[in-house]
Design a protein around this ligand. Structure first.
Ligand code: SME
Length: 151
């Protein structure tokens, strides 16, 4: 199946899975699981803003770092810049935080609730150049659906 087709199936499932659930941890956990399983990524999870740091939230994949500072790594940079960052080759991203040495490319999408960034979705791949405009567009739509269903 093409990447686009998988995302087309994913979005309505995400909506159905998260609508009307008043349990943010559960919603984030199921969103990570759904994205991870549908797309077959290496690591899929959330870092949520807590004061002046990002804290590890629900995820699927290998163990990861607990905390990331503002402006640090890809996640902290996406937070600082308030926009999606697509990194084709993590070795070329200054300050990339290697939670796993197997990670080769990455996309980080802000989770925005009522105009305010509350966390990020971080996805890692074992291959370089995995993520492109298609991933950016669909994952931004996914985070919009998700944030509408966070309480
Ligand atoms: N590589 C990320 C850190 C998180 S782990 O990849 C799960 C970064 O540079 O922000």
């Amino acid at each position: 199946m093409e990447k686009k087709e998988k995302y087309e199936l994913l979005l309505p499932q995400l909506k159905a899975l998260t609508e009307g659930v008043s349990n943010n941890t559960g919603v984030l956990a199921n969103a990570a699981a759904l994205i991870h399983e549908t797309m077959g990524f290496f690591w899929t999870g959330f870092y949520m803003i807590d004061g002046d740091i990002l804290k590890l939230g629900p995820f699927q994949g290998p163990v990861a770092c607990y905390e990331i500072g503002f402006g640090k790594g890809v996640c902290g940079s996406a937070w600082k810049e308030g926009r999606t960052l697509v990194v084709k080759d993590v070795e070329e991203f200054p300050g990339h935080i290697a939670c796993s040495s197997l990670s080769r490319s990455e996309i980080v999408v802000p989770v925005i609730k009522e105009g305010k960034i509350i966390g990020v979705l971080d996805i890692d791949s074992k291959e370089t150049g995995t993520f492109d405009q298609t991933d950016k567009d669909y994952l931004e739509s996914a985070m919009k659906i998700l944030s509408e269903n966070l309480v």
